[in-house]
Structures are given as structure tokens and as C-alpha cells.
Design a protein around this ligand. Structure first.
Ligand SMILES: C[S@@+](CC[C@H](N)C(=O)[O-])C[C@H]1O[C@@H](n2cnc3c(N)ncnc32)[C@H](O)[C@@H]1O
Length: 249
């Protein structure tokens, strides 16, 4: 049993090697870096507009990890808070984003969230978090948002996507990646007090194609597929999905 009583996901990034290997996933030129370069301007644009609407923007980045998202948010936020359960991760986050207030611990058992926040971001958490943790965490974030506050949440293993179809081809891959369906994300968001306002997809082509075909051409095609009007047709099949959801009630 871990300190929070959960099933182990919260300790996955407890040691430095795992943290280093996660950070390296975003090395310049990597597949994850490519996806982030598509996603980042959309995130910043959404938050910039929110800041104009609200007059100021205090943002909570939940499960902030190495501070990847916090660093980008420095461009648009007036105040930033990053929270993560791993000491090794928050050490990195503090270096990456010196402006942010960084808290380490479990939001369900410790009083870590000051708030209220106009917006919250949750990247690469929901998919891998144990089911019993997803809803309580989203509800906790909801409690600390201003009325009508904005949640920007990402699902980095959307199904169905071209990747999920490709891995279902017999023998193409012995183990299937973890995946989360759109309707499950929407259900979780509704149950935790959010209404989905918009969704954007990124990365049409699975990583296996990026490894085996000319990456530059695929990246250009990905970038085109993410733009209007094409994204209306292709967005729902992309592996990385970004949800913009409004706190209700
Ligand atoms: C894959 S990393 C994502 C980091 C960052 N959001 C990003 O997108 O680069 C997942 C993060 O969730 C954190 N985490 C796992 N369980 C958590 C929990 N219960 N509360 C807060 N953070 C948690 C891990 O320590 C890790 O830093």
C-alpha cells in the first residue's frame, strides 16, 4: 500500500531514472516533441482568450511533472501553481518554471490547492491514472476553480484513432497500449461538474509510422490535418485529444 492508498501509479515517477527518461521523451525532434509543438499553440490560444474574458488568469497545472506545461503557461498566466505527487518531478518543475508555486503531495489527502483558479490544466494524467482516482481528482480540481472556470484536459491515448486501429491488426503488436474513449472522458467530466465546450485532436499518424516512414513528410501531413477545415474530419481519429471544459453548477 502506498502513502495515499492508491494502486501504484503515483509512485511510477518516484525515481530519478524514470523522471529523466520521461523528460527525454520530449527531446527536440522526438515524436512527443512533434505532438507538443502542435498542441502548445492551441493551449496557449485558448488560455489567452480566457485571460481576456476574465481580466486575469491564475492557473493550476495538476500532475505538473517536469514542468513542461508550466513553462509554456508562463506566457499567458498571471499566477501559476504546479502540483505533483512525485518529489523528483516537482524538483524539475521548480527549475523549469521558477515563477510557479510548486506543491508536492496528494491533493486528495492533503490541503495543497489554494485557489480559486480561473483555469486548470491536466496533461498526460487521466489515461494512466487508476480508475478510482480519476473522478475524485477531477472533482477536487473543480472545487478549486472559480465559477465557470476552464479546465483544459488531455487524453494522450484516444480511441478510436489510427493507432488504435493499427494495433488491432493481428500480431502487429503483442501488447495494446492503454486507451481511453471519448465517451468515457466526457462521462468523467460531466460527473465531476464540467461541461465540454470544445475538443481538438493532434497526431493522426501512429508513432510506428513516424519511426518507419519519412518523419518530416508525416509531420507536415499531421500539421495540415490539425488545421481547419480538415480537422473537422480527421480530429476525432487523432491519438492525442485536448478537451476544453467549463465548470458548471
Ligand atoms: C506522464 S507524467 C505527465 C507530466 C506532465 N503533466 C506532462 O504532461 O508532461 C504524469 C505525472 O502524474 C503524476 N501523478 C501521478 N499520480 C498523481 C497523483 N495522484 N497526484 C498528483 N500527481 C500524480 C506523476 O508523478 C507524473 O509526474
Amino acid at each position: 500500500m502506498t502513502r495515499s492508498g492508491w494502486n501504484g501509479y503515483e509512485t511510477r515517477f518516484a525515481d530519478e531514472k524514470r523522471v529523466e527518461s520521461y523528460a527525454r521523451q520530449y527531446d527536440e525532434g522526438s515524436y512527443d516533441d512533434h505532438v507538443w509543438r502542435l498542441e502548445r499553440p492551441v493551449l496557449l490560444d485558448v488560455l489567452r482568450r480566457e485571460r481576456v474574458r476574465r481580466g486575469r488568469l491564475r492557473v493550476l497545472d495538476f500532475a505538473c511533472g517536469t514542468g513542461r506545461i508550466l513553462r509554456a503557461l508562463e506566457e499567458v498566466a498571471d499566477e501559476l501553481t504546479g502540483v505533483d505527487i512525485s518529489d523528483e518531478m516537482t524538483k524539475r518543475a521548480a527549475e523549469a518554471s521558477p515563477q510557479a508555486l510548486i506543491r508536492t503531495g496528494c491533493v486528495l489527502t492533503e490541503d495543497l490547492l489554494a485557489g480559486p483558479y480561473e483555469a486548470a490544466t491536466v496533461f498526460r494524467f487521466l489515461l494512466n491514472a487508476p480508475e478510482e482516482v480519476r473522478l475524485p481528482v477531477l472533482r477536487k480540481i473543480r472545487e478549486h476553480l472559480e465559477p465557470g472556470g476552464l479546465l483544459v484536459l488531455n487524453n494522450h491515448g484516444h480511441s478510436p484513432s489510427l493507432r488504435s486501429i493499427a494495433v488491432r491488426v493481428p500480431k502487429s503488436r503483442p501488447e495494446r497500449p492503454n486507451e481511453l474513449r471519448h465517451r468515457d472522458v466526457v462521462e468523467l467530466l460531466h460527473a465531476s461538474g464540467f461541461r465540454v465546450e470544445a475538443r481538438r485532436g493532434f497526431s493522426a499518424f501512429p508513432p510506428v509510422l513516424h519511426r518507419n516512414l519519412p518523419a518530416a513528410a508525416l509531420r507536415r501531413a499531421d500539421a495540415v490535418a490539425c488545421r481547419t477545415p480538415l480537422r473537422k474530419m480527421t480530429g476525432g481519429l487523432m491519438v492525442e485529444q485536448l478537451y476544453m471544459a467549463r465548470a458548471v453548477g
